[in-house]
Write a protein of this length. Structure first.
Length: 205
């Protein structure tokens, strides 16, 4: 009876785990799409600004720093949800799906492996630096191009500059948050000692 209940609980935990991991993968893809959409939109805006009949339209160009805030918020929204999913897996699902002992050896799933932990420590740093470059680069370029003419549209320039600073500040905060939480879309906490559950796979004796 107890064994049947344990098997059923384990099966439900695995099903929940697969569902939330699928959502993590989906949100990773959506996050990359948001970044690509920002770069593509920035290119379109820059093209329109440079094709203006009266020369470069600096006011149009300053739309790019303004957009950077909106796209940054979309990026970190996906990061935040993935962080919560990681916490759910680690604190609520992990006790039901970890520590399975087969043939005297404890199975370690990918999320808890030291290989993934060590890899993501470096990967997170590179990823966050790239996000800063790809989001901040177009906005900073637009501001640098328009700075010599900022006196003609003082308020618009400083609005765009404020948006740029806000997006960089948000990205820096998100980078530190992700690094200190040890999470980049999947659980990366070091493995802790857990009670092992001895389970003999079907077909083995």
């Amino acid at each position: 009876m107890l064994s049947a209940m344990a098997d059923e609980t384990n099966g439900l935990a695995v099903a929940f785990y697969n569902a939330v991991r699928a959502e993590v993968i989906q949100r990773l893809a959506l996050r990359e799409q948001v970044l690509l959409a920002y770069l593509a939109t920035s290119g379109v805006v820059a093209g329109v600004a440079y094709k203006s009949s009266g020369g470069v339209n600096y006011q149009t160009l300053l739309i790019i720093p303004g957009m950077s805030v909106l796209f940054t918020l979309a990026l970190i929204r996906h990061d935040g949800i993935m962080l919560k999913i990681g916490q759910y897996i680690r604190t609520e699902l992990r006790p039901f799906i970890s520590g399975i002992n087969v043939g005297g050896k404890t199975l370690v799933d990918w999320d808890e492996s030291l290989t993934l932990t060590n890899y993501l420590t470096r990967h997170l740093i590179v990823e966050k630096c790239l996000f800063l470059l790809l989001v901040g680069g177009p906005a900073a370029s637009a501001l640098m191009i328009a700075r010599d003419n900022r006196c003609q549209y003082h308020h618009i320039f400083w609005w765009a500059f404020s948006c740029f600073c806000a997006s960089i500040a948000i990205l820096l905060f998100n980078a530190l948050w992700s690094l200190f939480s040890g999470m980049g879309g999947v659980v990366t906490r070091p493995r802790e000692a857990k009670p092992t559950v001895t389970q003999t796979p079907t077909g083995l004796s």
